[in-house]
Ligand binder design. Sequence first.
Ligand SMILES: [Cu+2]
Length: 69
Amino acid sequence: MEKKILIEGMKCSGCANRVNNALKSIKGIKKIDVNLENKCANITYKKDITNEELTKAIEDLGFKVVGIE
Ligand SMILES: [Cu+2]
């Protein structure tokens, strides 16, 4: 299963790394691809992960999740 998370506020590769690490800490995510230019993160996961869980992990870092599709 895959989701695309739209994120506002990432300005450099350091930001992208922080998002990557936050997502990495969520159990069940198998693959993470944070794209700075497109302001999004694509994830592949195997167990159910709620949008709330994803949003919280990213917004705790100070970024804004504007959509998950
Ligand atoms: Cu940055």
